[in-house]
Design a protein around this ligand. Sequence first.
Ligand code: NAP
Length: 283
Amino acid sequence: MAIIIDGKELAKKIRQDLKVEVDKLREKKVYPKLAVIMVGEDKASQVYVRNKSKACNEIGIDFEEFLLPSNITMEKLLELIEELNNRKDISGILLQSPIPKPLNIREAFNKIDYRKDVDGFNPINVGKLAIGEKSFISCTPYGVVKMLEEYNINPEGKNVVIIGRSNIVGKPVGMLLLAENGTVITCHSKTKDIASVCREADILVAAVGIPKFITGDMVSDGVVVIDVGINRNEEGKLCGDVDFESVEPKASYITPVPGGVGPMTIAMLMKNCLTACKKQNNL
Ligand code: NAP
């Protein structure tokens, strides 16, 4: 039986600690504030933005939402980002993805001032991460690393297998765990015989976006499994990339979905926002 890594509980604890810090800042008349830009009316994005607003509210981080119509021009979107970059009261800026085509999300991320880039998607922050300098780490990978740390799982010398090489999950998770001296292998859709690569893993991170992609026969006994996937199964229920039922009996630690990586992502966003605010105020 594996130990279940309780992301929900851990995220709650992180939010509580952050609230204590925010209260102290507010006493000093320093007010952290997150600006969230949403373009169009994507239903899932609306839920994510609502959850971010709730978390800010709970912690005491001010929140300002910018809802833009889906036919907004790139020029107007960049103008708004520039305005928020220059506003002294805004600590962090988050552009909710996806944004409708033909808008170019990469151009928009590049425009966000790296000192306010609480999502860690600006190339300056990505580059800093790659060369091991302090930077804003994107929230999901940051959450993954934090979970391992909290459960005293040290990647040093371990075989770390990551399934997925996206810019928002797979690649940054790989860079972070390499920096922690893991031996990192990243798999993707062109990888041959993924099952045998997975069986070599001491730590397996699944970020592939396919329900139940990792099954019990693909893992070795004692593996630590971090399931980043958020998918819907045939019945419309949330599920991860890992077939929990067949993998859990072989694992030493495993994250559930829901209640694993998901809540950690928002907690780390709050942490990044607070860090940005403190830096901007030389605290
Ligand atoms: P993505 O951009 O679609 O990337 C998926 C990756 O999986 C790609 O690198 C792709 O390879 C690889 N892949 C696809 N099919 C494969 C196959 N059959 N075999 C091996 N590799 C395969 O997805 P993402 O944005 O990284 O998200 C991954 C999952 O995490 C999704 O379920 C998403 O909802 C979830 N997610 C959760 C959170 C959270 O807060 N918990 C945050 C972000 C994302 P190629 O590069 O070769 O195409």
